[in-house]
Ligand binder design. Structure first.
Ligand SMILES: [Zn+2]
Length: 235
């Protein structure tokens, strides 16, 4: 979805140099775009958007980056599409992106500006609940795992997500709840009660907001996430 949003945003940019790089951590999407046998709604929409941009003389390239970079970048996909379009020193090598991104591009965007974009952007609502403040996000050191990434971004590992992308027919959780969202698994699901009780005992206060969990109780919260068997819940 972030790719599509970034492309849609690019259509409205009036730049002299019509070159943009889309950074994504979704290998599946990149592979699907290349595979002409794949015609899912999302892939088709992205292809159509690319065709429109091509007709407008845009040159769009894709670059895969590791997930830990993308948490920062996906959320500001439209800002960065703009940056890439107007910047003369767009990184050419994908391998250098993580360093280039964190050290120069993102730091050169003022944090305030980024925060403004962050609030405006419809992308990453879930991540915003954990990180309403960009400056705090930049300060916090987080070692990401697949599970933690899924929780913070809201992408993947739930049946609601699988259904949204037509990979599952229904979103019913194993506990019987008919909508297995990430919030359901973390905060309400009967199947994760035991793990949640341990977290509650450790932090001694409940309920806790997502922001509190990520700032004050990060280690306990991450241990809780890692203790959840998402594969088992998705059966
Ligand atoms: Zn459940």
């Amino acid at each position: 979805m972030a790719i599509l949003k970034a492309l849609q945003h690019t259509v409205n940019i009036h730049a002299q140099v019509k070159t943009a790089t889309v950074y994504t951590d979704s290998r599946i999407t990149l592979d699907s775009l290349k595979n002409t046998n794949i015609h899912t709604a999302l892939v088709e929409e992205i292809r159509q958007q690319l065709m429109e941009l091509k007709n407008m003389q845009w040159y769009i390239q894709f670059c895969w980056v590791k997930a830990h970079v993308v948490i920062l970048r996906n959320e500001t996909a439209d800002t960065l599409a703009k940056e890439a379009a107007t910047s003369t020193d767009t990184p050419e090598s994908c391998d250098k992106v993580p360093k280039g991104v964190v050290k120069s591009e993102l730091e050169s965007l003022s944090v305030k500006e980024w925060q403004r974009e962050w609030y405006k952007s419809p992308i990453g609502q879930n991540t915003k609940q954990y990180f309403p403040d960009i400056a705090a996000r930049l300060r916090s050191k987080i070692k990401l795992s697949p599970k933690i990434t899924a929780v913070l971004t809201g992408h993947g590992m739930t049946k609601a997500y699988l259904r949204r992308f037509h990979m599952s027919e229904d979103a019913t959780c194993r506990c019987g709840n008919e909508y297995q969202s990430m919030d359901h698994i973390l905060f309400h699901c009967g199947k994760t009660n035991a793990q949640r009780e341990i977290l509650q005992q450790q932090i001694g206060t409940w309920p806790a907001s997502k922001e509190e969990l990520i700032t004050q109780y990060k280690n306990q919260f991450f241990a809780f996430i890692e203790s959840i068997d998402f594969d088992d819940l998705n059966v």
